[in-house]
Design a protein around this ligand. Structure first.
Ligand code: FAD
Length: 393
């Protein structure tokens, strides 16, 4: 355990020396190689391809992809540390890692055929293939059992028609994880997962303008009678929910870890400012009301971090489904990130909203994490249902 700064001592609690070394290495890398460029990419709405490429030689692009496919497979807690430290500096770079490793890579590893693993995983591990998850539709993202994007079985494959919206990375992706229904009347049991080459005929990817994360080039993806061969089916027909279910535990874990990173960044920025800015002849960090905000930010972050790493340890111990713990970690950490951004902005006064400071940008980016991988309402509903015994793991 480190003996230095008391915040670091708490943050490092119970990580192994190797995991602490990974934290230190990723933090230094992200601060040096990524941080100086993020604002420019955002201002220019430019996808940070050159920053993502820097992850590859560091072994950070594929921490959950096994070595036999070229990944740098690590334990789940280490993966969380990587997501946390990357997200502390950049939402988009961290998102590339978490979508590819948790949602898409995890689904292929669990449900893919040998051919699918060989077709997709090496390119993902080399950073050649960026991935996107196409779940949300214009009619809603929470009620996935009611989706409209539909597929029809034809000779040798399927024909898919429909629209997905809010899709991160789609404009730059080499692989789409798509869910579509083969029979709407079956609700959840009709939903089916596919691995889709975005170059397939009939797919068009258009800008989906957002007020935040312009550097992610978030897109809508249209499928017009797209032919997918049988080999694109991931899992079984109607087996899309089990594919998503097992992937979402890990997806929520990595998003929760990213939220902890953002919450921590808000603390770091607020401390720096509170120790420097003066009012009424003293540092603003000496005012009790500023200290109260700092205390709240630290408590939220430490609580969320403990929940995230508890979930990581459960996964490392081989717990296949930990949906309640995943919901608790995701809900707590995403709300911590948003509330920390609000407090950090308040500590910065009006400068919190000036372009000179990073902290204002973090608010909408944190808020976005309250939607992806399940909204706060969905997680509250699930946690209550688990507690009431209405829902089982
Ligand atoms: C920055 C960003 C990136 C994203 N990236 C992706 C991506 O890569 N891929 C992808 O597929 N999607 C992505 N999304 C979409 C995200 O997953 C959806 O926004 C989310 O699932 C919610 O869907 P919705 O926005 O359609 O809201 P709706 O489902 O329409 O919900 C609207 C409101 O109703 C609430 N609500 C819905 N059902 C219930 C219920 N049963 N009980 C209580 N409240 C309920 C919701 O919590 C929400 O507050 C992204 C979103 C953002 C903001």
């Amino acid at each position: 355990m480190s003996q230095g700064n008391p915040l670091e001592r708490v943050a490092d609690f119970d990580l192994s020396p190797e995991q602490r070394l990974v934290r230190q290495t990723v933090r230094e890398f992200a601060e040096k190689e990524i941080a100086p460029h993020v604002e420019r990419f955002e201002r220019e709405a430019q996808y940070p391809t050159e920053l993502i490429e820097k992850l590859v030689p560091m072994g950070l692009i594929a921490p959950m992809i096994p070595e036999e496919y070229g990944g740098s497979f690590s334990d789940v807690v280490t993966y969380g540390v990587i997501c946390e430290e990357l997200a502390r500096i950049d939402w988009v770079v961290a998102s590339v890692v978490s979508v590819s490793n948790s949602l898409v890579g995890g689904s292929i590893l669990r449900h893919g055929t040998d051919g699918q693993k060989e077709q997709w995983l090496p390119g993902m591990a080399q950073g050649r293939i960026i991935t996107s998850a196409c779940l949300t539709e214009p009619g809603g993202g929470t009620d996935l059992g009611n989706m409209r994007t539909s597929g029809t079985k034809v000779d040798g494959g399927y024909r898919i028609t429909g629209t997905k919206v809010f899709i991160s990375h789609a404009a730059h992706a080499g692989l789409l994880l798509l869910v579509a229904t083969l029979d709407r009347s079956k609700k959840h049991k009709g939903v089916t997962a596919f691995l889709v080459d975005p170059q397939s005929e009939g797919i068009s990817i258009r800008d989906f303008p957002m007020r935040t994360l312009k550097r992610d080039n978030i897109a809508e993806v249209h499928f017009e009678n797209v032919f997918l061969p049988d080999s694109a089916l991931l899992g079984t027909e109607g087996g899309g929910f089990p594919v998503l279910g097992s992937a979402l535990d890990m997806g929520r874990y990595s998003v929760a870890a990213r939220c902890v990173g953002q919450a921590q960044r808000c603390i770091d920025l607020a401390l720096r400012y509170a120790q420097d800015r003066e009012a009424f002849g003293q540092k603003i960090g000496e005012f009790q009301m500023i200290q109260q905000k700092i205390a709240d930010m630290v408590c939220r972050t430490e609580g969320a971090r403990a929940l995230v790493y508890r979930l990581g340890r459960m996964k490392d111990a081989g717990v296949e489904r930990a949906s309640m713990e995943a919901s608790i970690a995701k809900l707590t950490s995403s709300e911590a990130a948003t509330n920390n951004a609000l407090d950090a902005i308040q500590i910065h006064g009006g400068y919190g909203l000036s372009e000179e400071y990073e902290v204002g940008r973090l608010l909408l980016e944190a808020k976005a994490l309250e939607f992806g991988e399940g909204t706060s309402e969905l997680h509250r509903k699930m946690i209550a249902e688990f507690a009431l015994g209405i829902r089982k793991q």
